[in-house]
Design a protein around this ligand. Structure first.
Ligand SMILES: Nc1nc2c(c(=O)[nH]1)N[C@H]1C(S)=C(S)[C@@H](COP(=O)(O)O)O[C@H]1N2
Ligand SMILES: [Mo]
Length: 545
């Protein structure tokens, strides 16, 4: 039992164990909210979970420099970092919520309601929102309020007070509990033990509800069976296998065709859209004479074509990793657009994904004879979910953000004057033509190599224009022509190698530059990725010993 001294102190500032208990209450309320939100989202849809919705809103609202910094610093883990940040912030706010709600009871409803409102707003602000998307956030807020009211000591009206009157302030820990006041006083006297135990139980239960919700959500939204069951028709005009001289067997050199599992992934999707091909339709509409609607079976019934192509991301730094090469299979876009009948004046093909991403492609690039596809397969297998299953667009020569809509469900023929797609709204270049780029893979940066002849090798791409030459120089000396692997087509990168003769001990800098098939030498000026792709020559420092 507390003596008078602690009583007085308790009234001013709660002892540490009471404070800790209240922090635990707040955290338990937050856990319950997140768990109930996730479980409810399993029934509504995964994107409507409050944390996911708030994270998606944060991605959309993040200023371009912040986005660039996130991609640069965290790469493909940027989403994990963002979610961890949101959970940490929620946890800290929750830790403050308990003590606050203990002092001002209104906080127990106002703050969770604010969190719920933020989640609901974020969910409803998604481009593809439905009214029911607000439900998981509402349920989450209710759960938090319920847990707080359950855990915080009840304030009972003083026995002599009128039941309808305003609640009198009953100081905590006023000595030994009186016989009529036993339960409430017991709660107050042992907030540490009893409250913390209940809070612990709530947190454990929340973990159970959250994992149950996640499991259910995955079960309800699983498309892996549908993906595995797909048999793709063969291409109408199969491409020959890439000639083997196009692939150099040099250890450390990026392979000519990127294994699908290693293919870079860049998108804004916090939860992957999961689309059952049976439910998939694609609408082609806008400035066309005959709008078209295709089912997945309709799409597969079209004569499919193959494309060997290097896809790259505008966010890649010079020498960066967001580039991959694969063999796509898909239905040619130009034939479909001709069937729809593109009207005069249209200059943009605006793709929309199931999660509301918009990607605008210059129409002339789609119609100028290059192999622009509605792709259904990569490297002989249906697209992985992360790469746009069941259908994405691919238009060689353009960065992904202006050409490669994943989870594509809608194509609108329009004009750039009428509509700014997602990235253009954020200041990126509207065309997104791939800049000539080259990269030294071997030796790796800061490698130690033996004096004598050293193999230097890498890749170069000027997608759709093609690479005509690659040159290498050492320590700013004369440029030397590298040997190119066989040409596998202008849409594909080209491996190259060069023998650096008689390398001498010390630290040396290797540089590379490519020339495209039109004769334009790669731009030396160092530019960041924003707004139209990085430029500059890739260099590598190595130590010869
Ligand atoms: N739906 C959707 N499609 C998208 C994106 C996206 O965020 N959402 N990102 C684009 C960008 S910026 C790139 S570089 C490519 C990357 O494709 P990948 O992840 O299959 O490599 O997808 C493009 N398509
Ligand atoms: Mo990108």
């Amino acid at each position: 039992m507390s003596n008078d001294v602690t009583t007085v102190r308790a009234r001013r500032r709660p002892p540490a164990r009471v404070l800790l208990a209240r922090i635990a209450y707040g955290i338990a309320a937050a856990c319950a909210a997140v768990a109930v939100g996730e479980a409810a989202a399993a029934f509504v849809r995964p994107q409507a979970a409050p944390v996911v919705a708030i994270g998606s809103a944060a991605i959309d609202l993040a200023p371009t420099p912040v986005k660039e910094w996130a991609v640069r610093s965290f790469g493909t883990s940027d989403k994990t970092v963002l979610l961890t940040g949101i959970y940490t912030t929620t946890g800290l706010l929750a830790a403050a919520l308990g003590p606050l709600a203990a002092r001002r009871r209104a906080a127990a409803t106002v703050l969770p309601a604010a969190f719920g409102a933020l989640g609901a707003w974020a969910a409803l602000a998604r481009p593809d929102a439905r009214p029911t998307d607000a439900l998981p956030s509402a349920a989450a807020a209710l759960a938090a309020v319920a847990v707080l009211l359950l855990l915080l000591p009840h304030r009972r009206p003083h026995p002599t007070a009128r039941p309808s009157g305003p609640e009198p302030q009953r100081p905590t820990g006023t000595g030994a509990p009186g016989p009529t006041d036993a339960p409430a006083a017991a709660v107050d006297a042992h907030p540490g033990r009893r409250g913390v135990l209940t809070a612990g139980a709530v947190i454990a239960l929340s973990a159970g509800v959250a994992s149950g919700g996640r499991y259910l959500s995955e079960r309800r939204n699983d498309v892996s069976a549908a993906r595995a069951a797909l048999t793709l028709p063969p291409p109408a005009r199969p491409l020959p296998p890439p000639a083997s001289p196009a692939a150099l067997p040099i250890p450390g050199l990026a392979p000519l065709r990127t294994p699908v599992g290693d293919f870079y992934r860049v998108d804004t999707a916090l939860t992957l859209p999961r689309i059952d091909p049976h439910d998939w339709t694609l609408r082609i509409h806008g400035m066309v004479d005959h709008p078209v609607e295709l089912s997945f079976a309709d799409l597969l019934a079209l004569p499919l074509e193959e494309l060997d192509h290097t896809l790259s991301c505008v966010s890649s730094e010079v020498g960066g990793p967001y580039v991959g090469t694969t063999r796509w299979l898909g239905a040619p876009l130009p034939a479909l657009l001709r069937r729809a009948g593109v009207r005069a004046g249209a200059d943009q093909l605006l793709g929309r994904s199931q999660d509301g991403m918009t990607i605008g492609t210059p129409l002339e690039c789609v119609l100028d004879g290059r192999t622009a596809l509605l792709a259904v397969a990569m490297d002989g297998a249906p697209l992985p979910v992360a790469h746009g299953f069941p259908c994405r667009s691919v238009v060689p020569g353009l960065y992904g953000y202006t050409s490669a809509t994943k989870w594509l469900v809608d194509l609108e023929v329009t004009t750039f004057a009428a509509r700014d797609p997602y990235w253009v709204q954020r200041g990126w270049d509207r065309t997104g033509e791939v800049r000539t780029a080259s990269r030294i893979d071997v030796p790796a940066a800061f490698a130690r190599v033996q004096a004598g002849d050293v193999t230097v090798a890498g890749t170069a791409w000027a997608t759709h224009r093609g690479v005509a030459a690659v040159e290498v120089r050492v320590d700013g000396g004369p440029w030397q022509e590298a040997a190119l692997a066989a040409d596998a087509g202008p849409d594909m990168w080209r491996q190259w190698h060069h023998t650096w003769r008689s390398a001498t001990p010390g630290t040396h800098r290797l540089e590379v530059r490519a020339t495209d098939a039109a004769g334009a030498v790669q731009d030396e000026t160092r530019r960041p990725p924003f707004p139209s792709g990085a430029t500059g020559w890739h260099s590598t420092v190595v130590t010869v010993h």
